[in-house]
Design a protein around this ligand. Sequence first.
Ligand code: NAD
Ligand code: PRE
Length: 363
Amino acid sequence: MTKIAIFGVGLIGGSLALCFKGKPGLTVVGHSVRESSVAKYLERGVVDHATTSLREAAEGADFIFLCVPVGSLEQYVHDLSGLDLKPGCIVTDVGSTKASVVATARNAQLGNAVFIGGHPMAGSERSGVEAASSYLFENAFYVLTPDASTAQRDIDKLTDLLTYTKAHIVHVAPEEHDEIVGAISHLPHIIAVALVNLVRGYNENNSLYSVLAAGGFRDITRIGSSEPGVWRDILVNNREVLLKLLREWQDGTSAFIDMLQNEDGAGIELAFRQSGQFRSKLPERRKGMIHSFYECYIDVPDHPGIIGHVATELGNSNINLSNIQIIESREDVPGILRLSFRKQEDLDLAVQKLGLIGYSVHF
Ligand SMILES: NC(=O)c1ccc[n+]([C@@H]2O[C@H](COP(=O)([O-])OP(=O)(O)OC[C@H]3O[C@@H](n4cnc5c(N)ncnc54)[C@H](O)[C@@H]3O)[C@@H](O)[C@H]2O)c1
Ligand SMILES: O=C(O)C(=O)C[C@]1(C(=O)O)C=C[C@@H](O)C=C1
């Protein structure tokens, strides 16, 4: 049996556990520092075995996934270095920053175990094992950060195991990763939170703000509901990159102040045009960086059975739908459905079919 130990079975650790559990020859052990969490992992059936003992989870493991918040990763690498890990064991993590954990692991005495940094570029604003899903990584990019000293055999071993996630593996250097992910993930989280808190302040004096908050506000602020402790650790860890990005962001907002002061309509139009052109060229029509390669959105009326209707229509036309999701753009009604497909042909056929039966489809 190949033993996989997962430390921190939350959104990401739990989703990995669900990808591996029940696969031939694999056994999944979950670790938490809390007894109550261990009981929950077992109750929910995401792992084969669970323990509060670091030693019991780690020893004899062929793979160790560190899925705890970024601020605890280095301590875990340190604690593992005090154990007798199985020779050839691959230790990896899923942290949203890479430079510090990779540097720590490089200096740690892991015996004959090997560390390869990792970061699945998929997630959500939800947290905990309750939010875990075996589909979370499907079609997402999964960054690994091996360096010149990492044996190809070990990279292959981890890559082979990760095929169960159905993610696309990419190799990126840790520092480059932190710069890029700072811009496309960490900065957007800061902007979302700052914007929500700005409106929260206005709303204290006038509750119409939250009543009228519609699609635009909700679209840009979904990630403003992310887990505070996880994001505290990410931002503090990547602070140098983020300070630079925030200064550049200030330049961006200053440019808008100037354009408004000068009533520079052409400048505003240009900014929107350039932004739209860049977004429309994002690879494979993906919305965000995550989830699925081929996606479209449809507006749906507010009546029961609509999801079933869409799914049935596509099924009847032999169109393979890989995911369907309600985007909660309004409080109590399904407003928009996000449909995901594995193949471009399926997306094209779906767009055609849904258009014919009267749905408004957009990308
Ligand atoms: N949320 C995302 O979208 C996302 C995406 C990719 C990677 N990540 C990274 O994955 C890791 C886990 O994030 P998550 O979203 O699964 O969070 P989560 O809160 O869902 O899960 C975190 C897990 O770690 C445990 N934990 C929390 N604090 C701990 C501590 N101090 N010591 C030991 N265990 C602790 C929790 O009990 C839980 O099991 C983080 O490093 C995060 O940066 C998150
Ligand atoms: O989709 C989301 O909710 C996410 O926050 C996922 C997201 C992102 O910013 O894109 C968040 C953190 C990660 O480390 C990777 C992905």
